[in-house]
Design a protein around this ligand. Structure first.
Ligand code: HSE
Length: 408
């Protein structure tokens, strides 16, 4: 303990000693001295809740299997939830808040489904519920929205918030390989799960943009309402066209102001070179924010992984430790926000079809053709700006559409 720092310990518990939980313990051990200075008191991990015993591991003496031991211990002021999934994490987190402990979580499934409810319990108990690591891993986006950008009305948030799919799209763009090949590589490297559905079909990004939109709107956005397309239908041929257009294909999670509400969507988009998200490659994440006063800002960094995510969790622990006995106001009302119908949103579309140009022009009017000599049995073209609903109608009329990707 450093001189000048009071020899008082803030005792914390970590629920779930997996990738993130073990990272949290490592961050606290590695940066113990500087953390003590920042809090003004020491930080000690008193309990680790896990199903396993971790025999022979230095943390073995801290391991408990019953969450009630933590809830019942008045010494524990702050609890980290890093178990993942909605249950039993939700039951455990509620028990901790009810017992007067502040909680931080990295669990986007829990936050997306129960964020408003858990914040309300925290307020009632005069404690705090924080979730910086649930979106963008180590990137400080939640606190930025909750405190640094509160002077603004946020008009747009568009992010690359899934490292797995960004790694895959980057490899496809750089090497021209096919989706299946790149998925296998991502699984071998540990970037993609054995069952990759949540990442490649955009569900993970959907939960994250639902959380971000709930925060900027101040009320509940259900991720089930978010229109979601993944990257599993993107092919090497699409990449050839993208290159020809000087664009890249990225899986974006976007939320755009539409009157009193937002249009929220996860889908692959074609980005031009000048877009700030164009150069975000590999497993990196980035969140682009447009405020009505601020203009544009971008947050970039490591969106996943043990230590980057744990860094955000421990930053929350520090914040929670500094605010013991004081609830920090956070607007996320439980009333559900009706998000705008994405079919009323307009975009330009890149389309591949097995059709003659005359048929294309009859349906879509003037279009811009993109010629990829290797793909001479189809036609590639860019439409003028169309409402989603109108595009769907025209695509059905043309028939034989192989692919369509939105411009951003
Ligand atoms: N699978 C997620 C990703 C992990 O790739 O971003 C972090 O939420």
């Amino acid at each position: 303990m450093n001189k000048g720092v009071k020899e008082i310990m803030i005792k914390i518990a970590v629920m779930g000693y997996g990738t993130i939980g073990s990272g949290v313990v490592q961050v606290i051990e590695t940066n113990q001295d500087s953390l003590c200075k920042k809090i003004g008191e020491g930080l000690e991990v008193k309990y680790i809740l896990d199903l396993r015993d971790f025999e022979g591991d230095p943390i073995q003496s801290k391991v408990v299997h019953d969450y009630q031991i933590i809830a019942d211990d008045p010494e524990v002021a702050v609890v980290v939830e890093s178990m993942g999934g909605v249950e039993p994490a939700c039951t455990f987190v509620k028990a901790m808040l009810e017992a007067g402990k502040s909680v931080t979580t990295s669990n986007k499934a829990l936050v997306a489904a129960h964020g408003a409810e858990l914040i309300a319990i925290a307020k009632q108990k005069n404690v705090n519920f924080m979730f910086e690591a649930s979106v963008g891993g180590g990137i400080p986006i939640i606190r930025a929205l909750n405190s640094c950008l509160t002077a603004d009305r946020i008009e747009e948030i568009s992010g690359i918030v899934n490292g797995t799919t960004n790694y895959m799209m980057t490899r496809m763009a750089e090497e021209g390989c096919d989706f299946e090949e790149v998925l296998k590589d991502a699984q071998e490297k540990g970037y993609a799960e054995k069952d990759p559905t949540a990442d490649i079909e955009g569900h993970d990004a959907g939960r994250k943009i639902a959380i971000l939109t709930s925060l900027i709107a101040g009320q509940q956005v259900d991720f089930e309402d978010v229109y979601t397309e993944g990257i599993s239908k993107i092919t090497a041929a699409d990449i050839l066209y993208a290159k020809q257009m000087g664009r890249v294909i990225k899986l974006l999670a976007t939320s755009k102001q539409a009157g009193d509400t937002y249009t929220v969507m996860v889908a692959p988009f074609l980005l031009p070179k000048e877009h700030p998200l164009y150069t975000v490659n590999g497993v990196f994440n980035a969140v682009f924010v447009r405020g009505n006063m601020l203009g544009d800002a971008m947050f970039y960094g490591s969106g996943a992984g043990s230590l980057p995510t744990a860094s955000a969790v421990v930053a929350d622990v520090v914040e929670l430790a500094k605010h013991i006995g004081k609830h920090i106001e956070l607007e996320w009302r439980p009333q559900k926000l009706e998000i705008a119908d994405y079919k009323q949103q307009s975009a330009r579309f890149f389309v591949r079809a097995k059709a003659e140009p005359s048929a294309v022009e009859k349906v879509f009017g003037a279009v811009t053709y993109i010629d990829v000599p290797q793909l001479n049995e189809e036609v590639g073209f860019i439409t003028s700006e169309l409402k989603e609903a109108d595009f769907e109608q025209k695509a059905a009329e043309l028939g034989s559409v192989i692919q369509r990707i939105r411009f951003h």
